[in-house]
Design a protein around this ligand. Structure first.
Ligand SMILES: Cc1cc2nc3c(=O)[nH]c(=O)nc-3n(C[C@H](O)[C@H](O)[C@H](O)COP(=O)(O)OP(=O)(O)OC[C@H]3O[C@@H](n4cnc5c(N)ncnc54)[C@H](O)[C@@H]3O)c2cc1C
Length: 191
């Protein structure tokens, strides 16, 4: 339960992090204004990344990253499903070329199991060649839940970022830090 402040909360940056925070606050009834220096959202990392939804095979078991990654996959899958956004569960192969790399991938396999990533399998060279002809390696763990999304799409669902039926709670403003306007949340509009 969040007590709504009298003035809107200002969030600087309309990437996926700023927009996700704004959406969460707006969904709790807190008025928000997102300040963005570009003329559209997701113009930097959020709109120019590889689109991989990490399944949780890399992070140390029990760490905040591992826990948030696992929970985030499920939240993002539901979010994309509700809105008809791309969710392409291609899976991911991580290929070891020699014994040293195979050893390191055993650690990823251990982390994957400990983090509760479902459906992991360990492929030997014959199984790898069958699944991915043309890829040569000593071994390869495969992580079936790994998916591809279009990250610029999640921040821009049809109907805005608020709850269905609510007025769009976000405005994006081209802005920049201004030491002369501290009362204006330290940002102001660029003419
Ligand atoms: C090459 C690459 C590939 C990646 N691949 C993946 C991947 O496959 N999967 C994955 O999960 N993650 C991936 N990531 C990481 C992921 O893209 C980032 O963690 C995420 O997009 C960060 O979001 P953000 O909102 O913090 O930053 P950004 O998306 O960069 O947003 C920051 C925003 O703040 C704005 N801004 C900055 N200063 C001001 C100001 N003074 N006033 C107003 N606005 C301002 C910027 O214009 C920008 O829009 C990748 C990153 C890179 C670089």
């Amino acid at each position: 339960m969040v007590t709504a402040p009298a003035r809107p909360v200002g969030i600087v940056g309309a990437g996926i992090v700023g927009l996700a925070v704004a959406r969460q606050l707006a969904g709790s009834g807190v008025p928000v204004v997102v300040f963005e220096k570009e003329s559209a959202v997701a113009q930097h990392q959020s709109g120019r990344n590889s689109g991989v939804v990490h399944a949780g095979i890399y992070y140390a078991p029990g760490s905040a990253k591992a826990l948030m990654c696992r929970r985030g996959v499920e939240l993002l899958r539901a979010y994309c499903s509700d809105r008809g956004l791309v969710w392409n569960a291609l899976g991911k192969l991580v290929v070891a070329r020699d014994d040293a790399e195979t050893e390191r991938l055993r650690e990823l396999e251990r982390r994957s199991l400990a983090n509760g990533v479902p459906g992991g399998r360990w492929l030997n060279p014959a199984a790898l060649a069958e699944l991915a002809p043309g890829v040569a390696g000593k071994a390869a763990p495969v992580s079936p839940p790994q998916a591809i999304v279009r990250y610029p799409a999640p921040p821009l669902p049809p109907g805005g970022c608020g709850r269905p039926g609510s007025p769009a709670p976000l405005r994006t403003l081209r802005s920049r830090p201004s030491p002369r306007s501290p009362a204006d949340n330290a940002v102001r509009r660029v003419p």
